[in-house]
Design a protein around this ligand. Structure first.
Ligand code: IPE
Ligand code: IPE
Ligand code: MG
Ligand code: MG
Length: 366
């Protein structure tokens, strides 16, 4: 499995062509880029409401961009079923709905995590306070459900269950704050809920709105779930080793919030004294120190190996003969792009050599 390079070439992002500080958008083909620009228009139309303050709140995050992974998944899943012609207005609406739900969750997440930056801009809570961020997230949710309501009852139900899973993952995470005894199974359950379920729903929605059978839509949903686990593990590694400018959000925010993620949990198994550094009020030097100890324990590489393993599990769900070959290619390219920031930030080396891959839930001290 080739993990870097090909997806970026297909996406037209030569390594030299990626501006430093700009997260790479998920556009695995020129066709996908065209369809994503339809989603952009839809997002702006939906959020540009007569109440100017609400419009300003909603448009702040929309206009900041983001990598648009979730709409890209909807579109690629639809194209995997019926090619370019399958990308109907319903598919564009589904893509807009998942992005609106995601953005709402980011507004609320930045309140929970007390995060000052998002998508390379000040977060809504940093600019206008927590009240504005909660209400801005609420209005985005109302837009998401309004758009999804026109898709049909099954689609609306799926989105609603997804939000409940997201909340449940976030609640689980909150209950384990500053708990150094948190185990990897707890982490795994939390990220499935808070992140991976939405990615599964994106694929399911794209396939369903493109006319896939329930079985086929479920298969692509499983791909999205595994991809989502890999995606969140990579995000958690970047929280330790990324650069704020390049990830568009603060580094070390998990440690500051007492959220002990996979690399830290694996490191704790190997270096129990690390617990003394995982304190409330940890400063930048403390974050760098923890990151160094995690690296010395080999836990960064182990976490990336887990992400790779989940990516392989994701690709294994693309075997249904009803998935078009171009769809398999697109969804594989999207998977490769999940790992791209590691390499772009000079962290690619931690992928190799990696220990025998295991699922995140099974990661234990070697
Ligand atoms: C951030 O998601 C939240 C996570 C689940 C890690 P993204 O990294 O996809 O955020 P945007 O949409 O590009 O801003
Ligand atoms: C985000 O989790 C998951 C959501 C449902 C919003 P994180 O707190 O790890 O995401 P970032 O790192 O702030 O984007
Ligand atoms: Mg956060
Ligand atoms: Mg969070």
């Amino acid at each position: 499995m080739r993990l870097f390079g090909e997806a970026q070439r297909r996406a037209g992002h030569g390594r030299d062509g990626v501006a430093a500080g700009m997260p790479v958008a998920f556009r695995p083909s020129p066709d996908t880029a065209t369809q994503l620009s339809r989603v952009e228009s839809r997002l702006r139309d939906v959020a540009d409401t007569p109440d100017r303050r609400l419009a300003e709140l909603a448009l702040h995050g929309i206009e900041a961009g983001g990598r648009r992974l979730r709409p890209a998944l909807v579109i690629c899943a639809a194209m995997a079923i019926g090619g370019r012609d399958a990308v109907s207005e319903r598919v564009i609406d589904a893509a807009a709905a998942v992005e609106l739900l995601h953005l709402a969750s980011l507004y609320h997440d930045d309140v929970l995590d007390d995060a000052a930056a998002r998508r390379g801009r000040p977060s809504v809570n940093a600019l206008w306070g927590n009240h504005a961020a909660v209400l801005g997230g609420d209005v985005l949710l109302s837009h998401a459900y309004r758009v999804a309501a026109d898709l049909g009852a099954a689609e609306l139900h799926r989105l609603s269950h997804t939000l409940a899973a997201l909340c449940s993952g976030q609640v689980a995470e909150s209950t384990a704050q500053f708990d150094a005894a948190r185990d990897v199974a707890h982490y795994d359950a939390s990220i499935r809920g808070k992140t991976a379920t939405l990615l599964a729903t994106c694929c399911w929605l794209g396939a369903t709105t493109a006319g896939a059978s329930p079985q086929l839509a479920d298969g692509l949903g499983h791909y999205g779930m595994e991809l989502g686990i890999a995606f969140q593990i990579v995000d958690d590694v970047l929280d330790l080793y990324g650069h704020g400018l390049q990830i568009g959000k603060p580094v070390g925010s998990d440690l500051r919030a007492g959220v002990f993620t996979l690399p830290v949990l694996i490191a704790l198994q190997r270096d129990p004294a690390l617990v003394e550094l995982l304190v409330e009020g940890i400063d930048d030097a403390g974050v760098r120190h923890v990151a160094r100890r995690v690296r010395e324990a080999g836990a960064d590489r182990h976490a990336v190996a887990c992400a790779l393993h989940h990516l392989q599990l994701a690709f294994a769900h693309l075997g249904d003969p009803a998935v078009l070959p171009e769809g398999t290619q697109l969804l594989t390219a999207l998977g490769e792009l999940v790992l791209e920031p590691l390499e772009r930030m000079g962290l690619g080396a931690i992928r190799q050599p990696f220990p025998a891959p295991r699922a995140a839930a099974e990661a234990t001290a070697a």
